[in-house]
Design a protein around this ligand. Structure first.
Ligand code: SF4
Ligand code: SF4
Length: 396
């Protein structure tokens, strides 16, 4: 029997006069007015496939070092109603941040690279502030308080799944979401709502035969389509890893000191990405985008705070950024950088940085390097630094 609900004779296409459709359209329009131009809606129903997918990744060690990715957390967060009981719909938002093609300045200064998403203000705060303003605007129109939750990275295990089911974008083989018109240069957030809104349909798209990002990843971290092995990914190594970077990966890290954009840069969809001139996401100085490696190696905690406060960069901490600068200088430096690296090896207050300076000196390999390494072997009080200096000396 065909029910009245499913009979084509009784199907009424949604129109702007349908109150549910009208409310959905109005919320998206308000989102645009509040700096959230790219939005889509999905229901708050669970995401059962995500927990299984994450379990497999955890089992194979692809998320090792990312302690927040646990099976328990995955299965909890894959039902948004565990986080917010009254959830009915989710507004998925994407903040585009592609600044257009940019080149590192050719100014004779050895410079590193910061991943573009971290150039401007911390996106967590930017998106949350805009979601808060949007919520207030919706409440003003409805004349009542909403029971909502604003999420940015909070339920990171389901964030991309929410966006994909909402049709905001689709998964690229580099495991980022690709959004039409913006490539993967988007930052995601969600507004969980107690409103019954019209969901959008998922996009039926994929990468086809393309595998450019897999081939071009400098460390081979994309071990299979849609599978990034985090312990080899430069993003993890430069931001999340607190200890020494595995020596065998250092030479592949190039000049990245915070994150890595390579798999996004090489993706053909980047060529079609619109330039996003969002003032909140633009760098306030050159050191927020292409920092001087010498400066990173000598910056005080005050310098670090003054330059990076309010951005995402403090996540790497001063010692992590200086460690990464030593590696980058080993990769792109010249003889002219030996004195700076020798000074870092002899006198940086962090043993982690001294150790990586030893590796960098070995990589640049000159008589000056040898002398600095010999001094370190004799004098450094930290056994981990002496071990790095010994390994470097043996390789010279
Ligand atoms: S961010 Fe860099 S290292 Fe990580 S998967 Fe992409 S290209 Fe590879
Ligand atoms: S580079 Fe190719 S395979 Fe990788 S995400 Fe882009 S389209 Fe997909």
């Amino acid at each position: 029997m065909v029910s009245a609900r499913t009979s084509p004779l009784h199907f009424v296409p949604p129109t702007a006069t349908d109150p549910r459709r009208a409310l959905t359209d109005r919320i998206k329009a308000l989102a645009r007015q509040h700096g959230l131009a790219v939005t889509a809606i999905t229901s708050a129903d669970p995401f059962p496939d995500v927990a299984e997918h994450l379990d497999q990744h955890i089992t194979h060690g692809h998320l090792t070092g990312l302690d927040w990715f646990t099976s328990e957390r995955a299965s909890f967060a894959t039902d948004i109603r565990n986080l917010h009981e009254g959830a009915i719909s989710i507004l998925s938002v994407a903040l585009p941040y592609w600044p257009g093609p940019t080149e590192k300045p050719d100014d004779g200064v050895a410079r590193g690279r910061i991943s573009r998403y971290a150039w401007g203000k911390d996106y967590h705060r930017v998106i949350k502030r805009r979601l808060t303003a949007l919520q207030s605007a919706v409440e003003a129109e409805l004349g009542r308080e909403l029971d909502t939750r604003r999420l940015v990275d909070t339920a990171r295990v389901v964030e991309r799944a929410v966006a994909a089911r909402a049709g905001l974008g689709w998964y690229g083989k580099h495991s980022n979401l690709i959004v039409p018109g913006h490539g993967s240069w988007v930052l995601l957030g969600e507004l969980v709502l107690d409103l019954d809104l019209v969901p959008d349909a998922p996009l039926n798209r994929d990468c086809g035969r393309c595998a450019i990002c897999i081939d071009r990843c400098p460390t081979g971290a994309i071990v299979a389509p849609y599978t990034v092995h985090a312990p080899s990914c430069i993003s993890y190594l430069t931001i999340e890893l607190r200890e020494a970077i595995p020596p065998e990966l250092r030479a592949s890290m190039g000049d990245w000191v915070y994150g890595c954009d390579v798999c996004q840069e090489v993706c053909p969809y980047t060529g079609a990405a619109h330039r996003a001139d969002d003032a909140d996401l633009l760098p306030k100085s050159l050191n927020n985008a292409y920092p001087s490696l010498h400066w990173l190696l000598t910056m005080s905690q005050e310098d670090f705070g003054a330059t990076y406060h309010g951005t995402a960069v403090p996540r790497a901490k001063r010692r992590g950024l200086a460690r990464n600068a030593a590696v980058a200088l080993g990769n792109i430096g010249t003889d002219a950088d030996i004195p700076m690296l020798s000074a870092a090896l002899a006198g940086h207050d962090e043993a982690l940085v001294r150790g990586h300076a030893a590796w960098a000196l070995c990589r640049l390999g000159t008589t000056g390097s040898r002398d600095a390494l010999d001094r370190s072997l004799r004098c450094d009080p930290d056994p981990s630094v002496r071990a790095e200096a010994r390994a470097a000396r043996l390789s010279l």
